[in-house]
Design a protein around this ligand. Structure first.
Ligand code: NAI
Length: 268
């Protein structure tokens, strides 16, 4: 492929941990489309992950930032503009983590310190990222900001635990900040609601294998892969979607509008 859809555009990509990460595939695809960017992740994730390899492949610099730290984010925004040589056109927020899930706490047995930490990382961080960009006036007009979410924000998936609540908050922030960013800076803000995807974060959800197979059988087009998500995200970063904003966009092979499929009926 390669349509040069992002030629001349500059961005920040959060959340590439390893080659399975949705952000990793997105960085590669953005690179193929001519965009330039800085990569960022939490300092701890950098020690665990392979982000250096991605940086080399895409000719990018890495700026560590904990997405819950306003100080880190302000520094990231300032450095990104400096390194890339101008204001930012696209941002991908691809961050999620629930401490309750990690520690095996049920939804009915949350430890609220864990809940607050997970919410800060997975949901409030999106507001923090946008507020840093907004206050620094670091976004170009007609820029595009995307965060990744999951349908558990609308419908109950019991094992998704408190991440469901975090995603509902994240989607709301996209609408609320999208209003101000649209009015004042002509910047669009959207969330992509992605199919279950086999990544580190995805596989942390209890019963993930059953979950992903069920979604595959329920979706007329099958599950959207991480690469499909990267491709879709590129369209939202491009100039071809300039009036799409404040939306939660389902990218799930039709899962969200399917009541039941023949394959699932046949299982009974
Ligand atoms: P991943 O595990 O590869 O990516 C999650 C990233 O969040 C990691 O790079 C991690 O280092 C980063 N992160 C965690 N704490 C952070 C912090 N304090 N500051 C900065 N970064 C931090 O997994 P994946 O699946 O690529 O996740 C990306 C996004 O896609 C998440 O928002 C996730 O909820 C969402 N999503 C994933 C689905 C799946 O089934 N994998 C389905 C729908 C949405």
């Amino acid at each position: 492929m390669g349509y040069n859809l992002l030629k001349g555009k500059r961005g920040i990509i959060f959340g590439a941990l390893d080659e399975n990460s949705i952000a990793w595939k997105t960085a590669q695809t953005v690179h193929d489309e001519g965009g330039i960017f800085v990569l960022t992740n939490a300092p701890i994730a950098m020690r665990m992950g392979q982000i250096d390899e991605l940086a080399k492949k895409t000719g990018s610099q890495i700026i560590p930032a904990d997405a819950t730290s306003v100080e880190d984010l302000d520094n990231l925004v300032e450095k990104a503009v400096e390194i890339l040589g101008g204001k930012i056109d696209f941002v991908l927020h691809s961050i999620g983590m629930s401490v309750n899930v990690r520690k095996g706490r049920a939804y009915t047995d949350e430890k609220y310190d864990f809940t607050a930490k997970g919410w800060d990382v997975s949901a409030l961080s999106f507001h923090k990222v946008m507020q840093s960009l907004y206050k620094a006036d670091a976004m170009n007009e007609w820029g595009s900001i995307v965060a990744l979410t999951y349908m558990a924000a609308q419908r109950t998936f019991p094992d998704y635990n408190d991440m469901a609540d975090n995603k509902a908050y994240l989607e709301s922030v996209a609408r609320s900040f999208g209003y101000f960013f649209g009015k004042e800076k002509k910047v669009r803000v959207n969330t992509i609601s992605q199919s279950p995807t086999a990544t580190t974060a995805g596989q942390g959800v209890k019963g993930f294998d059953g979950f992903i197979s069920y979604a595959e059988k329920m979706s007329p087009l099958g599950n959207a892969t991480a690469q499909d998500c990267a491709d879709y995200t590129v369209t939202l970063f491009s100039d071809l979607t300039r009036k799409v904003t404040m939306q939660n966009l389902f990218h799930d092979g039709g899962f969200s509008n399917t009541g039941v499929s023949q394959e699932v009926i046949e299982k009974f």
